[in-house]
Ligand binder design. Sequence first.
Ligand SMILES: [Zn+2]
Length: 175
Amino acid sequence: MPNYDVHVLSGIVSYPAVVVLAGLLSPTLHFGLTPTALILGYALYVLGSDLPDMDHPNALIHRGTKPIVSVSVGGAVYLWVIRYLHLGAEWLNQGAAWAVGAVGAFIAWFGFTAVMPRHRGVVHSLFFAAIYGFLAFLLAGYGLGMRFGEALYSGFAAFSGYTLHLTLDGSLKLV
Ligand SMILES: [Zn+2]
């Protein structure tokens, strides 16, 4: 099985093929191949080329994602708790809310690894490639306010990067 460097570098060098394929499909699918969409697509493609290994606890992408998930959960717990805390002084409310938030982040740190499906299970499937592509489409279209064709291309690039990883792993399965 290819390692981190091989996966990411394969994404980095094979992107021109995705751009050409998108250009050929464009008359049918109406991709918006603007410079912004192409650069965002590159980032999503390269990220996708390693993302499936998130299901391995020792993989760099798994360990790199953990603090992000942990901090996001901690922040969300803080926001939820701060509304109900009225301990008196503002510093006391903030300190207590962050204490609860930190507990949430701590649990999320271990929870992320615990709930992750086994290595090369469902995360290494075209089903997850499609989910990743759809999330990329939503991020581009609704999060970043890009035009429909540009968002569609972003989703296509993300899906392609994820699929590249599955292909190199020899793990091209539907679910
Ligand atoms: Zn893999």
